[in-house]
Design a protein around this ligand. Sequence first.
Ligand SMILES: C[S@@+](CC[C@H](N)C(=O)[O-])C[C@H]1O[C@@H](n2cnc3c(N)ncnc32)[C@H](O)[C@@H]1O
Length: 242
Amino acid sequence: MNGMSPALRTWIKVNLPPRWVVRLRCFARGLGSPRWGNLRRVRPFSDNFGFDRGTPLDRYYLHQFFQRHRAHITGRVLEIQNTGYTVRFGHDVIEAHTLDINPVFKPTYLCDLAHIDDCVPEGHYDCFLLPNTLCVLRDIERCLRNALRIVRPGGVILASTAALVPLTGDVPDYWHLSADGWRELTRRAWPDTTAQVEGHGNCLAAVAAMLGLAHEELDPAELNVYDARFPVLVTVFAHRSA
Ligand SMILES: C[S@@+](CC[C@H](N)C(=O)[O-])C[C@H]1O[C@@H](n2cnc3c(N)ncnc32)[C@H](O)[C@@H]1O
């Protein structure tokens, strides 16, 4: 509203609804206005992360992450819940085992990762996969410490965790941290190990994920833009020192 007389500016502010004042201000400043279409909604398009539409948006980044590190998914591999990603991305796998706190998944090790004491052999695995799991681990620091104990010296942990995506809803979802938050936590839990912590996503990807859209509904060129302010997924790659 630059260029308007102070009297006109005051009249607009006093007499127009605030929404119109903002519209005029954005127009005058060339700031652009949203065209909401059917995005103006208070319920997402999907109530289960977009699984009913296609592949959930965050899985785009998760699959890229596993693809990039697939050389490490080999030998004795342990995975949380089921062997889905071991089978999909692994090669020359000697053992494909699972760990979960929930008996429904019939895991090899039925236990809480925070209390693995006599349950899981120490230093046994070449690779531990924790896809989209860190956010739901209640005693997160203890779980991180134990995850590293399970892999052999020289072995790896490949983990991912939700950031700007809806909370799970049916089970507690404790930690939707930024990449910096996970860097800090992994530094505390693994003082002798350098973890590579990366955020993935941008504001469009975050909005799409929040609304439950599938990643196939966006273009890779859009998904591949990275803006650290809008992490959809955070990935952690850690190599246990030999
Ligand atoms: C969201 S699922 C992630 C794995 C799934 N395959 C995926 O790709 O989304 C998280 C799993 O972690 C398990 N879980 C939660 N807390 C746990 C704990 N403290 N110890 C072991 N497993 C745990 C849950 O039962 C659940 O099966």
